[in-house]
Design a protein around this ligand. Structure first.
Ligand code: HMG
Ligand code: MG
Length: 306
């Protein structure tokens, strides 16, 4: 999610060249599925106004699935013209977030997303979906799980290959995650479910572990924990990819990702954004690196004196 969710809420807009550099670092670490950008209104999300150019610059790469958000048919046209193989439709489980985020009611968003998803599938694209504010809404607070389940049913009927459930503002806790998954996974197949946690309150990794226990195997994450939703005030970035990968490897689960190279990508992301990122594993690894460099410098100074 780093290049999309990660960049959409940053004050600094990265030049396309830097986005491609970051993508190359992620691919060098072994990432195989990347959300590159969003074909939304450039007035709403100026940080991703270069969507078409970005996709064209990256081009198709063997073994890589490139995805992007599309809010409407215009977005789909732009995504297809740029040459993407996957698009993602998105809507919210709460009315206020839906209006703030896409200027539509939930019912209108269901209609538009359904139309876009069906049209994309007809054109031979893979279609993913997101449902936001499942764990809570920044404007309304709690969101009824019955409402979530009903929307999930309708979204899966669009023919999505996967539906990602979003804790948009990072308010979820593991007990709530279990309750939500009990209800949602009774209505949609677990093979179609993905989880998208923001780490605003430090619970994203614990929530992912609960999801893993339910048999979910796709988790959205962003390098260094970059990101947030500009229409969800105060929301922090996604679960950091390195934190997730560290946990999964510790559990003996293969990801195909090289954690050291992921740290290199995280270091680059920090340099490009000009700020310290929140990923815990990244900071620990960079701290170790700094200490090792200090030790080396001291040893060289001692040698020079001797
Ligand atoms: P609107 O203003 O209601 O749109 O915005 P409109 O249909 O009335 O059109 C207004 C203008 O926008 C027109 O141009 C359109 O052509 C243009 P004008 O005639 O004024 O020159 N327009 C577009 N331009 C480029 N690409 C398009 C497009 N569509 C219309 N696709 C709209 C409605 C949906 C476009 C707008 O609200 C929007 O772009 N919203 C996106 C907001 C967004 O990206 N939010 C963050 C992503 S969601 C998220 O982060 C959550 C997630 O991570 C999961 C989680 O965390 O839970 C996925
Ligand atoms: Mg998000």
């Amino acid at each position: 999610m780093g290049l999309r969710d990660g960049l959409q809420n940053e004050l600094r807009t990265l030049p396309t060249d830097d986005k491609v550099r970051l993508l190359d670092a992620l691919l060098a670490a072994g990432e195989k599925r990347v959300e590159l950008t969003s074909f939304v209104s450039p007035k709403w999300i100026p940080q991703l106004a270069d969507a078409g150019e970005m996709v064209k610059r990256v081009g198709p790469r063997p073994g890589l699935v490139r995805s992007a958000l599309v809010p409407n048919l215009k977005g789909l046209e732009r995504a297809q013209e740029a040459g993407l193989e996957e698009v993602a439709v998105f809507l919210s489980a709460s009315e206020s977030h839906s209006r703030k985020n896409i200027n539509k009611t939930v019912a209108e968003a269901l209609e538009t997303s359904g139309e876009v998803a069906r049209e994309a599938a007809c054109r031979g694209l893979r279609v993913r979906g997101y449902l936001s504010t499942v764990w809570g809404c920044p404007f309304e607070g709690a969101v009824a799980v019955e409402q979530v389940v009903e929307i999930c049913r309708q979204m899966v009927d669009f023919g999505l290959y996967q539906l990602s459930l979003g804790d948009t503002i990072g308010v979820g806790n593991p007990g709530q995650t279990a309750r939500i998954l009990d209800a949602v996974l009774a209505a949609i197949p677990v093979e179609k479910a993905a989880l998208h946690f923001h780490d605003t309150r430090g619970t994203a990794l614990a929530n992912a572990l609960v999801g893993l226990g339910y048999g979910v195997t796709t988790f959205d994450a962003s390098i260094g924990g970059l990101g947030g939703c500009p229409y969800a005030p105060g929301a922090a970035g996604n679960l950091a990819t390195e934190d997730l990968v560290f946990m999964l490897h510790g559990l003996g689960i293969q990801t195909g990702i090289d954690l050291d190279k992921l740290v290199e990508a995280g270091e680059l992301a920090q340099e490009l954004m000009g700020r310290r990122l929140s990923g815990k594993y990244l900071q620990a690894a960079l701290g170790e690196k700094e200490k090792a460099q200090q030790r080396l410098r001291r040893a060289q100074e001692e040698e020079g004196k001797a």
